[in-house]
Design a protein around this ligand. Structure first.
Ligand code: TRP
Length: 336
């Protein structure tokens, strides 16, 4: 029997997940878990590269992230959840990989470049070695678990391309040892923020979170940015690119209601309030069961740690296996 192909994805535990994550990655993970051997990495070591001075924030967000995963429907019977810091073999492989990549190549990584710009206050214009090198450790995350496919959004694509280069280099220098992974780009575009900015992101304070209360959601939707050129509800409005309609199309299952609102909006026959109230109903109905499941998990730390531990131990076996092969290929001595 063919073994199922393995998928590896992950997130940094730095804050609650939001509906942008749902559209961008969680929705497709819900499908992958049925088809692939799915590993989901909680990347706490990587989170420290730009949160090194707030370690408790990282630690506290580990279970928060796991609650989000379980609440949206990732199933611990199908998914191996892995806590990165409990797999020290990743750090070892990172060191070996770091010989195979140049500083200039790391500086050219477009995602790292953008992030360096965003973090110039934190880093005071001097780049930490660990931050510059996090794509190298991401390459180790992926190859230590023999992932076939890495499904990510476009901002992560440069890291996967870099992973492929590093793994190929490793295999050409030390002999064929590691699986060369394949990038699987999501087809779903990123979701705009409630402020109409191109990306929903915690740092831009424009998110709707799974942990938001009904009142939070109502307030956020009522404030949402719509068509700026439309002053009166009798003015014809623009539907295309309008955040409230983008959200309707992503979260409102009632397609005929959306069609009706869109038609009336274009003709100037509906107010923003009605469009937003219907959007609020749809998003609240989408988030409510997730929020409830999340609340149920609030007093279940032991259950959550058990899930994380079980997945991590399975993953550690796999990592140990890969590292024995790596060490052998690299002609390292073995004193056992
Ligand atoms: N860099 C990813 C993020 O910021 C998190 C991550 C760490 C990851 N290791 C990974 C993603 C391996 C995919 C594969 O969201």
């Amino acid at each position: 029997m063919n073994r199922k192909k393995r998928i590896l994805t992950g997130d940094r535990p730095t804050g609650n997940l939001h509906i942008g994550h749902y559209v961008g990655s969680l929705k497709s993970r819900l499908e992958f878990q049925n088809e692939y051997d799915t590993f989901v990495l909680i990347a706490d070591v990587q989170a420290l590269t730009d949160n090194f001075n707030t370690p408790l924030k990282v630690r506290d967000n580990i279970l928060e992230l796991l609650k989000d995963y379980l609440a949206v429907g990732l199933d611990p019977k199908k998914v191996t959840f892995v806590l990165q810091s409990q797999i020290p073999q990743i750090a070892e492989l990172t060191i070996f990989f770091s010989n195979l990549v140049s500083v200039a190549r790391l500086m050219r990584n477009p995602t790292v470049k953008n992030e360096l710009y965003d973090k110039k206050d934190l880093f005071k214009h001097s780049i930490p070695y660990g931050f510059l090198g996090y794509p190298v450790s991401q390459a180790a995350d992926i190859s230590i678990f023999n992932a076939d496919l890495v499904p990510v959004g476009d901002d992560q694509a440069p890291h996967i391309e870099q992973t492929i280069e590093i793994v190929k280099k490793f295999n050409s220098v030390y002999g064929d040892t590691l699986k060369v992974p394949t990038l699987k780009l999501g087809t779903i575009p990123r979701l705009v923020g409630i402020d109409g900015k191109s990306k929903m992101s915690k740092s831009m304070n424009n998110t709707i979170n799974f942990s938001d209360t009904t009142q939070d959601i109502k307030r956020k939707i009522m404030q949402m940015y719509t068509d700026p050129k439309r002053i009166h509800s009798t003015d014809p409005g623009e539907v295309k690119g309008n955040p409230v309609f983008i959200y309707h199309n992503a979260f409102n299952p009632n397609k005929s209601e959306i069609k009706d609102l869109e038609n009336r909006y274009k003709k100037g026959q509906v107010g923003d309030i009605e469009v937003k109230e219907k959007l609020f109903n749809a998003i609240d109905a989408f988030i409510s069961p997730i929020r409830e499941k999340r609340l149920e998990l609030n007093n279940k730390d032991n259950y959550l740690y058990d899930i994380l531990k079980e997945g991590t131990l399975r993953a550690r076996d796999e990592a140990q296996n890969t590292m024995s092969k790596v060490r052998e290929s690299m002609k390292l001595l073995n004193f056992n």
